[in-house]
Ligand binder design. Structure first.
Ligand SMILES: O=P(O)(O)O[C@H]1O[C@H](CO)[C@@H](O)[C@H]1O
Ligand SMILES: O=c1cc[nH]c(=O)[nH]1
Length: 235
């Protein structure tokens, strides 16, 4: 047990998929995994362990935002010795080259969060990066599966509703999309020397106003999830 997870020792696999939404965790477990057990219901942050084509893998909901994912990632690493963490999340498009339903690989994550300042002190702007091996593997796997992914910098914001933020400069500098957890995932992976990657599906576009229907969201989620699981299988 850890403070927020009731899993017994050994109940969580060394490789974990991390959706924000607990119902996405349930969907992944029910749709893609065999021999599934649910190891966590604390706060309804569902956690499951099962097998994907013979490979043991867990799925842990992280909730929304940096404070929430930081709790789950820290406990997964420190209390359950998880080695590989792959976020499977949604993002809002920023760049005109990005469209709803696109699957993105977060090569790095810019952030307005204070986590970098609080970790390194003033004047040091640490760049939270994906594990290169996972990124490379996910990119190659996506090509093999015919999934058109874009890899690049994403924004991990502190607030979903943030009228005050001017994102235009970031868009000019090539930032693809915005979400709310990846900088913390990459920072903690760096801290504990674990491997992490965020794979994101674009669910809406903040500049063009494009939206997805529930059905379209499901299909593009499935592309992202199959990609993540094939990466897991290749580890
Ligand atoms: O779909 P998930 O994984 O929750 O990710 C995105 O969706 C939530 C906001 O709606 C934030 O958590 C954001 O990062
Ligand atoms: O954080 C997020 C996630 C999806 N869409 C957004 O606009 N923001």
């Amino acid at each position: 047990m850890s403070t927020h997870l009731e899993a017994r020792p050994g109940a969580i696999a060394p490789i974990v998929l991390l959706p924000g939404d607990p119902l996405r965790a349930e969907y992944i477990a029910k749709t893609y995994l065999d021999h599934v057990t649910r190891y966590n219901t604390v706060r309804n942050a569902f956690g499951y362990t099962g097998e994907y084509q013979g490979v043991r893998v867990s799925v842990q909901a992280t909730g929304m935002g940096i404070p929430s994912i930081s709790i789950y990632v820290t406990e997964l690493i420190v209390d359950y010795d998880v080695q590989v963490l792959i976020r499977v999340g949604t993002a809002g498009g920023l760049n005109p080259a990005v469209h709803v339903r696109d699957v993105l690989l977060a090569q790095g994550s810019t952030t307005d969060s204070s986590i970098i300042l609080n970790t390194f002190g003033p004047g040091m702007y640490f760049a939270p990066l994906a594990d290169f091996g996972l990124l490379h593997q996910a990119y190659d796997q996506a090509q093999a599966m015919g999934i058109a992914v874009k890899a690049g910098n994403i924004l991990g914001e502190d607030r979903f509703y943030n009228d005050e933020m001017d994102r235009h400069q970031l868009i000019k500098y090539g930032v693809l999309a915005t979400e709310m957890e990846t900088p913390a995932l990459y920072l903690l992976a760096a801290k504990y020397q674990r491997r992490a990657l965020a794979i994101l599906t674009v669910s809406n576009h903040l500049v063009t106003g494009e939206e997805t229907t529930a059905q379209e969201r499901q299909t593009s989620f499935d592309d992202m999830l199959k990609l993540a699981l094939e990466v897991v299988k290749g580890l």
